[in-house]
Ligand binder design. Structure first.
Ligand SMILES: Nc1ncnc2c1ncn2[C@@H]1O[C@H](COP(=O)(O)OP(=O)(O)O)[C@@H](O)[C@H]1O
Ligand SMILES: [Mg+2]
Length: 239
């Protein structure tokens, strides 16, 4: 089976001569929920940004269903079915929920109604408040708008950068449930998370990224039970 996304030996960085990704590998098969955990500064966000064409790739490759997409710009990637939800500033606060969702499908507006139905199936509360400004929503609700926006183009793969960050514990639980729901609706999903244990619990497979390299890979269960992963990356904090 050809993976939906395959990242091979990726070298990438922001400043000349300084690589943040030092040969990162990753794949996601159709329908999988993939979790990426690892210490602060490991390059997790950089990896998602590199897949989404926002960071210069210096070597290695990224493919989507076997097609090389290395170096393509974000708007092209969206058209091809890659969705990305950055960690911060991921909604337009002065626009309504509905307008935010429209922004997600500006490349294909004729499918707005159909896709809105899909999004509202998952995030029912958004459907009741379409005319409300995103800036007036809670952090958890904004996160739903951001995920909803990325789902408007019917992505083949959804990249999520820390969907639970900054939320209260109850809202974090809800965010994880929603990510599961999105995945169960058939969307291949790659999620970066600080909340490592919670992330691995719902992931089919996971990767530990450390210093820009995929240090450990396995099923969510395997990673949670791996003494080394527990000691180095989950620790007592995640218990
Ligand atoms: N825009 C940027 N310009 C320069 N360096 C950056 C930029 N964004 C992140 N970095 C650096 O890249 C490294 C990895 O960051 P990041 O990918 O955000 O890690 P993580 O998401 O795993 O916490 C850090 O050392 C960070 O300082
Ligand atoms: Mg990050």
């Amino acid at each position: 089976m050809t993976p939906v996304i395959e990242v091979k030996n990726l070298l990438a960085g922001y400043l000349p001569g300084v690589n943040i990704l030092n040969g990162a590998n990753l794949y996601a098969n159709k329908g999988e929920l993939i979790g990426i955990i690892g210490p602060n500064g490991a390059g997790k966000s950089t990896l998602l940004k590199a897949i989404f064409g926002l960071v210069n790739v210096r070597d290695g490759s990224i493919s989507l269903n076997g097609e090389d997409i290395t170096g393509l710009k974000a708007n092209k990637l969206v058209a091809k079915g890659v969705g990305f939800v950055p960690q911060n500033n991921n909604v337009f606060p002065s626009l309504t929920i509905e307008e935010n969702l429209q922004m997600g499908i500006y490349q294909d507006p004729s499918h707005f109604d159909q896709r809105l139905e899909f999004v509202v199936d998952i995030f029912g509360e958004l459907g009741k408040r379409l005319k409300q400004r995103a800036g007036s929503l809670s952090g958890g609700e904004r996160q739903m708008v951001a995920m909803g926006r990325a789902l408007m183009m019917d992505p083949q793969v959804l990249l999520l950068d820390e969907p639970s960050a900054g939320l209260s514990p109850v809202r974090q639980d809800e965010a994880f449930i929603r990510v599961s729901d999105i995945n169960k609706a058939g969307v291949t999903t790659i999620m970066v998370e600080q909340n490592a244990r919670r992330c691995l619990q719902i992931s089919d497979r996971g990767y530990v990224l450390d210093q820009g390299v995929d240090a450990v890979e396995g099923s969510g269960r395997e990673l949670m039970d791996d003494p080394k992963v527990v000691e180095l990356y989950l620790g007592s904090l995640g218990a």
